[in-house]
Design a protein around this ligand. Structure first.
Ligand code: ATP
Ligand code: MG
Length: 300
């Protein structure tokens, strides 16, 4: 099978998960256990497709870097143990680390709280020619902050600006920011790794059972499970308000890690293919310079 065909084959796993029109989005239409019709007997085939996708991504990334015009921003959001870290590690394993800028967003520092909520994101935004990866992002401002209003209270926003429409307003600001990035040549892909509550429990128990995974376990993560419904409602509204053609959401089934990775890789490759990336053409003067250098080296 040719490389092109293999890449096209990956695309068929994307359509069901891509959301470009938020208005119609309902989370209940998305099954965390979906594997796109593939069964566990297809896992070797899935692994092969993933490897092909990663190879293609590596080639395209070199062109992205060399042409230095487009940038990419990949946003990863999910409940704990949905597999953000593993997905980032596996899917971007082939990409030259120089062309990648990964940033994990934790609870804001006091310096960060002294600013507007997009400030720290903009500072971490990727350069042209690079792929920026946000492990969590400004979306936390309409997720964890929404689920826990005491976090909002600590942000010291003047009281008269905190009204009933605060979440709607934040989502509008996020949508405007994303349109701004898109208009500046930054391709945005947003991934919600959609894990089920049941699978999250299984993974937490696995972490408790394996000493090598204890470092990943946090009692706070288990406490957050109590707010599952509020989180899902917040995710749904966030996706509804911000899924557009220029900044699509991918609601990726996350109960089967091998499938999650396939979908994420496919989305990145498809978006990069769409940029028609080429290596920059070298000008005549430069070619003469290269010929001269070659002649000089040959004389040595
Ligand atoms: P892992 O646990 O796999 O290392 P993680 O992304 O869960 O990765 P943690 O340090 O455990 O990292 O958690 C980061 C925490 O910071 C999360 O609970 C997240 O909700 C919180 N957080 C991120 N951004 C914000 C924000 N803007 N305001 C408040 N809390 C935030
Ligand atoms: Mg955590």
């Amino acid at each position: 099978m040719t490389r092109k065909k293999a890449v096209r084959e990956l695309s068929r796993f994307l359509d069901p998960y891509r959301v470009t029109n938020g208005k119609k989005f309902r989370l209940k239409d998305h099954d965390p256990g979906d594997t796109g019709g593939l069964g566990s007997e297809d896992k070797p085939e899935a692994r092969r497709m993933l490897a092909t996708g990663i190879e293609r991504m590596t080639e395209l990334q070199e062109r992205l870097y060399a042409s230095d015009q487009w940038g990419m921003l990949l946003v990863f959001q999910a409940m704990d143990a949905a597999g953000k870290d593993g997905t980032i590690k596996h899917v971007l394993s082939g990409v030259n680390p120089q062309g990648c800028q990964v940033h994990a967003f934790k609870q804001p520092s006091s310096e960060e709280i002294d600013h507007d909520f997009l400030w720290r994101n903009q500072r971490a935004a990727p350069e042209r020619g690079r792929i920026g990866i946000f492990n969590r992002s400004y979306y936390e401002e309409v997720l964890v902050v929404r689920v826990h209003p005491q976090i909002l209270a600590r942000q010291r926003i003047p009281a008269r600006l905190v009204g009933k429409r605060i979440w709607e307003e934040r989502l509008e600001d996020i949508a405007a920011y994303e349109r701004y990035l898109a208009r500046n040549g930054f391709v945005l892909l947003k991934f919600f790794l959609n894990v089920s509550r049941k699978e999250q429990k299984r993974r937490f128990l696995e972490r408790l059972d394996e000493p090598d995974k204890h470092w990943k376990f946090s009692a706070a993560d288990v406490r957050e499970r109590a707010h599952w419904k509020s989180y899902m409602a917040a995710y749904e509204e966030a996706i509804q308000a911000t899924a557009t053609r220029h900044a699509p959401w991918y609601v990726v089934p996350a109960d089967e890690k091998w499938f999650t990775r396939l979908v994420v890789a496919a989305a990145i490759v498809e978006a990069m293919e769409g940029l028609d990336l080429e290596f920059p053409k070298v000008a005549e003067a430069k070619r003469e310079e290269l010929a001269l250098a070659r002649a000089q080296l040959a004389k040595e």
